[in-house]
Ligand binder design. Structure first.
Ligand SMILES: Cc1cc2nc3c(=O)[nH]c(=O)nc-3n(C[C@H](O)[C@H](O)[C@H](O)COP(=O)(O)OP(=O)(O)OC[C@H]3O[C@@H](n4cnc5c(N)ncnc54)[C@H](O)[C@@H]3O)c2cc1C
Length: 218
């Protein structure tokens, strides 16, 4: 099925360096799916908060979860607007001048509002999507949530109403007059990397590291 584009609105249209903007679902969803964390922005009593969180995408909705006592999740219950940002860092860009130093990145900004997922099967489905987003294969292996654990967890499903991606790639952009300076310039590429897994101190003897852990990568 072909993916569509988000409409450009006053709120999500990139005005600064608009050539770096993308509004298509393929790009935006790809960044959401690759990232492990997001930052959720919301306003309570006129004061802004930005809180880091785990997320996962389920179609065109973003799933967020947490303790039922979380202030952030209580706020979402009331259906307020949310702004979620997600950033993947691809490199440090070292220009000849300090002024033109930059980063290579892929980021998204999403706007929507949340609703609490109350129905048991939908809640289990959402928790599965979140778990599988972090570690594909884990849901089938780990003990599933008990009724008590399910009740202690709030699941929020946020509509992705407006979305934008902004992407910077490539070399530094120095001023013409600076290209002859005897200063190294270029990019230090960066990526998320996993290291070899470490057994839990209380791991029962004889349990091997599963393939989905050994082969984990993003
Ligand atoms: C890792 C990283 C580091 C950055 N460092 C800096 C910095 O040090 N200084 C700086 O000024 N800027 C930095 N930026 C760029 C910054 O995110 C903004 O794009 C920029 O500051 C312009 O903000 P604005 O509100 O004026 O943009 P506008 O273009 O006015 O924003 C309008 C709309 O465009 C969308 N948008 C804006 N920025 C982004 C984005 N990054 N990703 C997805 N959608 C976006 C949003 O929907 C926003 O509401 C950085 C970005 C990243 C990802």
């Amino acid at each position: 099925m072909p993916m569509s584009e988000f409409e450009q609105t006053k709120r999500n249209r990139v005005t600064r360096l608009p050539e770096r903007a993308k509004y298509d679902e393929h790009t935006i969803f790809g960044i959401i799916d690759e990232a492990l964390i997001c930052h959720i922005g919301f306003v309570v009593d006129g004061k802004p908060f930005v809180i880091p969180s785990i997320h996962a995408r389920d179609g065109n909705r973003l799933l967020l979860h947490g303790s039922s006592a979380s202030r952030m999740l209580k706020h979402f219950k009331e259906g307020h607007d949310l702004c979620v940002t997600i950033t993947l860092l691809d490199g440090l860009v070292l220009a000849r001048s300090v002024f033109h130093h930059s980063m290579n990145y892929r980021s998204v900004v999403l706007f929507g509002n949340g609703r609490i997922v109350e129905e048991r099967d939908q809640k289990m489905h959402g928790l599965k999507v979140l778990t599988e987003h972090l570690v594909p294969g884990r849901w089938e292996d780990a003990r599933l949530p008990s009724e008590q654990e399910l009740n202690a967890t709030t699941l929020i499903s946020m509509s992705i109403d407006e979305g934008t991606a902004k992407i910077r790639t490539g070399h530094p952009g120095d001023d013409d007059a600076d290209y002859d300076l005897p200063v190294w310039a270029g990019v230090i590429p960066m990526r998320q990397q996993t290291l070899p897994p470490i057994d839990d101190e209380r791991l029962t003897e004889g349990i091997a590291v599963p393939d989905y852990v050994v082969n984990y990568s993003r």
